[in-house]
Ligand binder design. Sequence first.
Ligand SMILES: Cc1cc2nc3c(=O)[nH]c(=O)nc-3n(C[C@H](O)[C@H](O)[C@H](O)COP(=O)(O)OP(=O)(O)OC[C@H]3O[C@@H](n4cnc5c(N)ncnc54)[C@H](O)[C@@H]3O)c2cc1C
Length: 415
Amino acid sequence: MINSDKMTKVLVLGARFGGLTSAYTLKRLVGNKADIKVINNSRFSYFRPALPHVAVGVLEEKDVRVDLATALPSKGIQFQQGTVEKIDASSGLVYYTKPDGSKAEEDYDYLIIALGAHLGLELVKGWETYGYSVCEIDYALKLREALANFKGGTIAIGSGYFYQGKNPKPKVPEYYVPVADAACEGPVFELSLMLTGYFKKKGLLNNVKFVVFSPGEYLSDLSSTSRKIVRDMYRQMGIELVDNFRIKEIREHEIVDESGKTIKADLTILIPPYTGNPALKNSTKDLVDDGGFVPTDMNMVSIKYENIYAVGDANAITIPKLGYLAVKTGNVAAQHLANRLGVSTKIDTYYPTIICVADNPFEGFGVAVKDDTWYKGNTSLAIPSPLNHLKKELFTKYFMWTKGDMALEKFLASW
Ligand SMILES: Cc1cc2nc3c(=O)[nH]c(=O)nc-3n(C[C@H](O)[C@H](O)[C@H](O)COP(=O)(O)OP(=O)(O)OC[C@H]3O[C@@H](n4cnc5c(N)ncnc54)[C@H](O)[C@@H]3O)c2cc1C
């Protein structure tokens, strides 16, 4: 129940694409009609699509890092660093731990959950000793060192299995939420292009063999035509593709899948298995589905709690787990909430589309993908072009310039 004596309080959990888009858009729309506070476990937010660029040394950590403690207050949004432990949706409380280890709780009138998914690296044996990734800044920096020292051998690149929730279902058309084996294979494709360029530039390409593996059919979120183009491309590049490989273990010189099949690998780069965020799995049971993701309606409102929204990777409807969809859902949630706060605003209609750019900065081209065939649409584009490399550079600069405010994203995406 909203308390009319005090300012409406909106709490946003998480501060990457989903959380930042919701917070900035809502602030822009409602101004002083609400207190907006963001809680994030780190003081810094990183531009994830450019973490592969940090791993190959074309960008530095400082080029992709936003300081939330200054960026958000400068736009009139409060920031609290803290790790969310759980949400009690029935009593409207969020429990979290502050950086000094003290426990705290926070109430809200409206809650926007943007905690993302969990990178389930604990599900892959040997990860700590032999595994590499690019999904967080520390992983990208560790991979950078390994690549710099890699003189030859086999590099395996692939995704872990996606532990998608099944029930209860979100209130959106069923075909908007396909069943996926992998949560996000765009970075795998991008790395396969980028590392080819990286080793070519170093004069070591002849010493390196690439194997790309997928827990299902590789890039199954794209049309069969685009998939065939990628297969042909890999054949020409000498990249081996292994489908239906659900990775279970990384060893020193091989990886093993659930059926015991092995692939030789001297260096393994993994987009981890995705599971529901532990803080959400720990929350009021009927807030989440059986995978730990929040089922919502088309306005990103929880199907059980009308004052709770979920956006981005934490929402059950975003398949695959894509920054573009996190921004879309963040906008819709902010617009819907603005109307409830008395500011009449057009609410975008959520329609899933896969839009991303796989970049190869070493050879100055990127492949721009736009595909909605997974959702019964008929757009299927995969266009390699130098312009698409520039697009990714512009996208990174834009994010940094606005400190994560993707207000112009709709123009960038349709460009
Ligand atoms: C390597 C890589 C490259 C990618 N490239 C692209 C691309 O080019 N284009 C594209 O569209 N998509 C891309 N994606 C996907 C995209 O990055 C994600 O879909 C997007 O980041 C999801 O945003 P989000 O805000 O929903 O969740 P997240 O990005 O996961 O953000 C969640 C936020 O919540 C915080 N958090 C998590 N748990 C807690 C907790 N318990 N307490 C407090 N805070 C917490 C996290 O620190 C983070 O700040 C890429 C993904 C990866 C891994």
